[in-house]
Design a protein around this ligand. Structure first.
Ligand code: HEM
Length: 468
């Protein structure tokens, strides 16, 4: 009898002990783990959902997301810390008024830093790292004589390309070109001449452009998709690492070869206060920011003008009349519809308060979806997605901060005046010399990508000598 009595007594004691252990140790541990894991699981799942959403809708998805998540509000959150901002006052506050409280931090910026270098002007988080290179480069991008030099270099390189096209069309009358490659060649050659005093050969251009365009792609993919969970992540990271090695090698050659009268040489002077690492990263940043942006912007401009007969005719006429205003408006409109920095982010370094909005917690990432802002129906009420250079004939500019292709404040593009000066006359020369017939009616922009080139095959066009 005893064993049968003892067994339930033992098992009930065991049960008691198990329950006590469970109550005191296991359950709290499980709850703790779940508590710890839940935000992560939630974050990961929502990151995947959002990545899938954007891969489907592209950066314009921010407008759709505003409807879905933000219920039409000008700010809405994705996760705890990501604040998507369409509100122009907040944009002005963080980019301009309180710029010192917002850096380019966050995961995407950190990953970008691995590519462009943490101490280059594009990536540098710390003002002390950011300012010295800026002080040297700014006069070269803002002084009237330097801007003029940049313009004449762009036009010279443009003329070189036109001569090439002329020789291709002699006899055949028409030929196919890839404007994406050709414009990149023009702007990379100009960047090398203007900033480094180096004459860039075609072979070297192909090498550098290959590295930069792949890095622009990878850095955005790795920064955007919650890629760590993807099986290809390690491969991606390995590719990025080997591209960065190749880039660093090119940068070393540039620093060695740089001409004595170039801005690069000034950066090298001890009096500039630029450390060797800052110098390397700044050159890297120039390669990243100073050529594909301008080339892609003009590529979209030519594409948008040429795909519609009405604009193509207007462009040929404007070129014949020397009407530069038309081409300025075309550039402005191309930068509105296809802004190269389609989304930028800023991280709050400290708790902040935005008058009229409220508190912004330290660590918040402000996501400024420039492309969606540029197509917001409130700021561009007439067909916001349509390419229409004539909208800039209106005397009233769009509301402040609703048009920021070069961003704003202390970290805005240093090449803005260079592009604004040289882009329109180059466009005028191109349209004055050739008619362009895009082979692809609606090339989609490549996305996610650090800038916005066309997704497939470049801007492939048939060109014929201008008929006017
Ligand atoms: C259409 C042409 C261009 C566009 C749309 C453009 C756009 C931009 C934008 C939006 C930024 C700021 C990124 C951010 O805030 O995160 C930037 C930064 C920069 N851009 Fe441009 N850019 C263009 C042409 C150029 C050119 C021609 C150069 C140089 C020759 C250049 C050099 C730079 C540099 C060095 C920075 C970093 C500035 C800093 O962080 O202090 N860009 N660009």
């Amino acid at each position: 009898m005893l064993p049968t009595l003892r067994a339930p007594m033992f098992s009930s004691l065991g049960l008691h002990i198990s329950l006590t252990v469970a109550l005191l140790v296991i359950f709290p541990t499980l709850i703790f783990i779940l508590f710890k894991l839940y935000p992560y699981a939630q974050k990961t799942l929502s990151s995947f959902a959002i990545a899938a959403f954007f891969l489907r809708h592209g950066p314009n998805g921010f407008l759709l997301l505003r409807e879905k998540l933000g219920k039409g509000e000008e700010t809405f959150r994705i996760g705890k810390y990501n604040l998507v901002v369409f509100n122009l006052d907040i944009i002005k506050h963080c980019l301009v008024q309180k710029a010192h409280n917002y850096d380019k931090g966050g995961r995407a910026a950190r990953l970008m830093g691995e590519v462009v270098g943490p101490l280059g002007i594009l990536g540098a988080l710390d003002e002390d790292d950011h300012v010295p290179s800026h002080q040297v480069l700014n006069p070269h991008t803002k002084r009237a004589d330097r801007i003029e030099t940049f313009e004449s270099m762009v036009l010279e390189e443009g003329e070189r390309k036109l001569d090439e096209w002329r020789s291709l069309t002699t006899g055949a009358r028409k030929t196919e070109v890839n404007l994406y490659i050709d414009l990149n060649e023009i702007f990379f050659r100009v960047l090398y001449r203007f900033m480094f005093g180096i004459d860039l050969s075609r072979k070297r251009f192909q090498h550098v452009h290959g590295i930069i365009s792949q890095l622009e792609r990878y850095s955005a993919v790795v920064g955007f998709v919650p890629a760590k969970l993807l099986p290809v992540y390690k491969l991606l990271r390995r590719d990025v690492a080997s591209l960065v090695v190749a880039l660093n090698k090119e940068v070393e050659s540039i620093i060695e070869e740089g001409a004595e009268d170039s801005p690069l040489h000034e950066l090298k002077e001890p009096s500039a206060g630029v450390s060797p690492v800052q110098l390397r990263d700044t050159v890297k940043n120039l390669l990243f920011a100073g050529a594909t942006t301008a080339a892609n912007a003009l590529g979209w401009a030519v594409h948008c003008v040429s795909k519609e007969a009405i604009w193509a005719k207007r462009a040929s006429e404007a070129a014949r009349q020397g009407n530069i205003t038309f081409f300025k408006n075309v550039c402005q409109e191309a930068n509105r519809v296809y802004p190269q920095a389609n989304v930028v982010t800023r991280r709050a370094k400290e708790d902040d308060y935005v008058p009229g909005y409220g508190p912004i917690a330290k660590g918040s990432i402000l996501v400024i979806p420039i492309i969606a802002l540029h197509r917001h129906p409130r700021y561009y009420p007439e067909a916001p997605h349509a390419f229409n250079p004539d909208r800039w004939l209106d005397q009233r500019p769009p509301p402040l901060m609703s048009y920021i292709p070069f961003t704003a404040g202390p970290r805005q593009c240093i090449g803005q005046s260079l592009f604004n000066r040289a882009g329109p006359p180059l466009l005028m020369r191109l349209h004055g010399s050739f008619d362009f017939y895009p082979l692809e009616a609606e090339p989609k922009p490549k996305w996610p990508n650090a800038v916005l080139p066309p997704r497939s095959g470049g801007f492939r066009m048939i060109i014929t000598p201008s008929s006017l």
